[in-house]
Design a protein around this ligand. Sequence first.
Ligand code: 5RP
Length: 219
Amino acid sequence: MNESDKRIAAMAAIEEVRAGMIVGLGTGSTAAFAITALGERRLDIRAVATSKASEAMARAAGIPLIDFPAQIDLTIDGADEIDPTLAAIKGAGGAMLREKIVAAASTRMIVIADGSKRVDAIGNAPVPVEVLPFGIAFVSARLADLGAHVTVRKDFVTDQGNAIIDCVFPATIDHMRLSQNIAAIPGALGHGLFLTEVSAAYIADRGVVTRLERRVASD
Ligand code: 5RP
C-alpha cells in the first residue's frame, strides 16, 4: 500500500465535487485523504459520513454534516479490492453497512484506491458481514453453508454496536448470487460485496492515476 498513491487518487476524485452538492464521505485511510482535501477546498457542500471516524474527520476539516437524506449527489470511498468491471469488496474497516446505504443513495459513487487494490477478479479479500450479536452462531452456520470459511472479527464492534464475520469464499463463487444469498440470512445486516454500486474508480499506481468508468449497457 502506498500512501502517496492513495492521496493522489483522492485528489483526482475530489475534482468531481461541485459547490451545492451533498457528498457521501467514505471510511478508511484513502477516504481520509479525500475528506482532508475536500475541507481544504472550502467548497459550499454538505456531507454525510459513513462512520463515526469519518464524521470526526469531516468536523475537523470544517465540512458541514447533515442527517442522511434520501439522495446523495456523489460519494467517494475506498475499497479492499476492485476489478475491471468495478465490482468491489469493501469493509476491512468495518463500515460497509453504512457505506452500502450511502452508496445506494448516491447518484454517483467513486472508489479511490492505490494500485494494490486493483485485481483481475474480486474474491481474494474476505467478505465482511455485519451481524446482530444475538445471531452470530446462526449466521456463521448459514455463511458456512454458503461455502465460507468464517472468522468472527476479534475485539471489534461496529458503529451500530454489531459484530463482523469475515468470510473467505471459494474464488470461483458466483458473487451476484452470493450477495443475494447473504442478504437473505436473517440477522445478517449487510455485507461488503459492492457489485453494482460503483460508478467509477480512480486508481493510482506509482504516481499515475487511472480513471475507470462503469460501462453502461447500450441497446
Ligand atoms: C471501510 C472500507 C474501506 O474503504 C476499505 O477497507 C479501504 O480502506 P483503506 O483505504 O484504509 O485501505 O471499506 O469499511
